[in-house]
Design a protein around this ligand. Structure first.
Ligand code: NAD
Length: 328
């Protein structure tokens, strides 16, 4: 079976080609995103494999169906970028990799918290220039701080566990609370936003969570709050967050995702003039760290993504039940 991969980087090819030795599929790699003007490339492929920034709407799905696509294998957990309802109506199945390493994302969340707090990024550059001054590097003890976790699924749970290991008091919010969660206590969202020193976002992006962090929710937060988002960019209204940073209401911001990331992230733009003024303003703040959607990017996660994606496709080829099918 031939599979067309979109948005591929060298590391995708390396991991998929290695794991494909056990599956023997014919893998065709395209570097471009799947979008209206690259749809032609998918013609004739029953299976296409896409990633987080391949936005597939109803019109594209119609064309894919006419071109013979029967399965879209997402090599990621989130599926907010596909019109799942339209795919079902058109008879295109969508599978994903629900869990490849929640540890990878939880640990990156901690990397952002610790770097922002202890200003490791500044210290690294200073010491390289023989500047051993501590001015401006003052941090705070995580011990005793209140950490609010929005979304207590696989990743949120781990972040709660790790932060409780630091001695933080854990405040949780999830419309579907987990009665067995050992670390932290559930509160309503308003209380969490009101009381937390650190707020970390781990819920999916959907109609209810789009711009969950906006000027109204920011107004409820502590002065100097730290906000971390490793979930999906559009959960934060970036313009409102910039206002919050300018007024010092937000003291620290760590982002691994950005609402307009798809034209920028995963690519080297260092030789071009980036046209996104909002992102450029954001990264100009000394108390903001942006990483380019790298929280998942560990050896373990990349291997698991390749194995589960190829297994999903194998199940489809053999007409087996698709355990990682995404339903509307
Ligand atoms: P999960 O499905 O295990 O957990 C999501 C949790 O969010 C669930 O408990 C759900 O009940 C909760 N939730 C749903 N609606 C909510 C709302 N309105 N408010 C608060 N909570 C809500 O997912 P996960 O594996 O923990 O992943 C969390 C998110 O992390 C994913 O949605 C994905 O977008 C993102 N992610 C990012 C990366 C990265 O590299 N940055 C990698 C993997 C996943």
């Amino acid at each position: 079976m031939k599979i067309a991969f979109f948005s591929t980087q060298k590391y995708d090819k390396d991991f998929f080609l290695k794991e494909n030795k056990k599956f023997n599929f014919d893998l065709i790699f395209f570097e471009v995103h799947l979008k209206p003007d690259t749809l032609e490339l998918a013609k004739g492929y029953q299976v296409i494999c896409t990633f987080v920034n391949d936005k597939i709407d109803q019109a594209m799905l119609k064309e894919l169906q006419q071109n013979g696509t029967k399965l879209i294998a997402l090599r990621c957990a989130g599926f907010n970028n596909i019109d799942i309802k339209a795919a079902k109506e058109l008879g295109i199945q969508v599978v994903r990799v629900p869990a490849y390493s929640p540890y990878a994302v939880a640990e990156h969340t901690l990397a952002l918290i610790l770097t922002l707090n202890r200003k490791i990024h500044k210290a690294y550059n200073r010491v390289k220039e023989s500047n051993f001054s501590l001015d401006g590097l003052l941090g705070f003890d995580l011990y005793g701080k209140k950490a609010g976790i929005i979304g207590t699924g696989k990743i949120g749970k781990l972040v709660a566990k790790i932060l409780s290991g630091f001695g933080c008091e854990i405040l949780l919010y999830d419309p579907f609370p987990d009665a067995h969660l050992e670390y932290g206590k559930y509160y309503d969202l308003k209380t969490l936003l009101n009381d937390s020193d650190i707020i970390s976002i781990h819920c999916p992006l959907n109609d209810k969570t789009k711009h969950l962090i906006n000027k109204e929710s920011i107004a409820l937060m502590q002065e100097g709050v730290m906000i971390i988002n490793t979930s999906r960019g559009a959960i934060i209204n970036t313009k409102d967050v910039i206002k919050g940073l300018k007024s010092s209401k937000i003291g620290y911001l760590g982002l691994d995702v950005y609402e307009e990331e798809e034209e920028l992230f995963f690519e080297d733009h260092s030789e071009t003039i980036v046209q996104d003024d909002v992102l450029m303003r954001l990264i100009s703040f000394p108390n903001v760290i942006v990483t380019s959607h790298q929280a998942f990017f560990t050896h373990n996660a990349m291997r698991n993504i390749a194995v589960t994606t190829l297994k999903n496709i194998k199940d489809f080829e053999e007409n087996k039940e698709l355990s990682n099918l995404v339903l509307p």
